[in-house]
Write a protein of this length. Structure first.
Length: 58
């Protein structure tokens, strides 16, 4: 993980997010629904206790 973080740290924040989004689009089809939701909730800082109501805001 350190190498990915090091690569992203060399980019401007906007460009780093574009790269992360590109990688996420490639990985999401490989994930099951739970893993996909867990990832989304980890981005939002949600504990997952209110998953259904939290999705309304996405």
């Amino acid at each position: 993980m350190d190498s990915l973080e090091q690569l992203l740290s060399n980019l401007e924040p906007e460009e780093a997010l574009k790269e992360v989004a590109h990688l996420a689009r490639r990985l999401f089809p490989l994930l099951d629904e739970k893993a996909h939701l867990d990832f989304i909730f980890s981005l939002t800082g949600d504990t997952g206790s209110e998953k259904v109501s939290s999705l309304v805001h996405l």
